[in-house]
Structure formats: structure tokens, C-alpha cells
Ligand binder design. Structure first.
Ligand code: ZN
Length: 144
């Protein structure tokens, strides 16, 4: 997505957890603890993937996108379909997205990445759009 920024990748942490599970220092019960809410979110708002669950290998992983930010008001903290995010990104100035992978069979879940979306990202990434929106005179003010 064009306004995506401040991406934080959690694949190292995920790999460390999976390594510990394989070694037996963490039990599968500890990592397969998706709440009923998260499992519901995976069912109704999740994005299917082709990746097999690393724990049970019975089901493919589903990605759930949680959105956070003041501008979201009462819908902050809710799961959104991936297709809804570009619309939100054009409507709101800034919000956080947390991407969680979930296995609907064994309840394995882990944070994959988080990033920021929203119109505020356009002024830095796409000068033509910031000009169109009359933001040119503000350019540079963000650098402190
Ligand atoms: Zn699984």
C-alpha cells in the first residue's frame, strides 16, 4: 500500500518462538492460545494465505489486520478486511495496523508485522499528491 510506513517486522521473534517450540522449551499450549475473538476475526475478517501452519501443518494460516489510532474512534482495535485498508488509508491521516497470523485448527498465533497507514504518508512519498492537496508550503515542517 502506498502510504505504508514505519514497518516493523516480527519474523525474527516468530522464528525464535518456533525454534523454542521445536526444542521443547515452550509448550504448544502456550503458543496456540488464540482467543475466541481472534479466531472469530480470522474467520470473518481474515486474509487466507498459502502458508501451512508451522505447528500443526493441518491448515493454512490466516492473516488478521487490527487497526489502532485516535481517528478510528470506537472502531480502534477492531479487525478489518485487507480490502478495507486502502479506503481507510485515504480517509484517515494516520493509523497503526497490526498483522497477526492465526491457525484456525490449532490456534497458533503470532504478530507478523505492524505499520502505519494514512494520508499523512503521501506528503513525504508522493510530491505530486501533496501539491494537489495544497501541502507544499508545509513541506519540511515535519523534520525536527
Ligand atoms: Zn495450526
Amino acid at each position: 500500500m502506498r502510504t505504508q510506513r514505519q514497518v516493523v517486522d516480527y519474523s525474527l521473534q516468530r522464528r525464535a518462538v518456533l525454534r523454542d517450540v521445536r526444542k521443547g522449551t515452550i509448550g504448544t499450549l502456550e503458543v496456540c492460545d488464540a482467543s475466541p475473538y481472534l479466531r472469530n476475526a480470522a474467520t470473518y475478517h481474515g486474509e487466507p494465505t498459502d502458508e501451512r501452519c508451522p505447528i500443526c501443518r493441518r491448515d493454512n494460516l490466516t492473516l488478521v489486520h487490527y487497526v489502532y489510532g485516535e481517528e478510528l474512534k470506537q472502531s480502534a482495535g477492531q479487525a478489518r478486511k485487507l480490502a478495507e485498508l486502502p479506503v481507510l488509508a485515504m480517509t484517515l491521516r494516520e493509523f497503526q495496523v497490526f498483522v497477526v497470523e492465526v491457525c484456525r485448527s490449532c490456534a497458533w498465533n503470532h504478530l507478523i508485522e505492524r505499520y502505519v497507514l494514512g494520508r499523512d504518508g503521501l506528503s513525504a512519498d508522493d510530491p505530486s499528491i501533496s501539491e494537489a492537496m495544497g501541502l507544499v508550503s508545509h513541506r519540511g515542517e515535519g523534520r525536527r
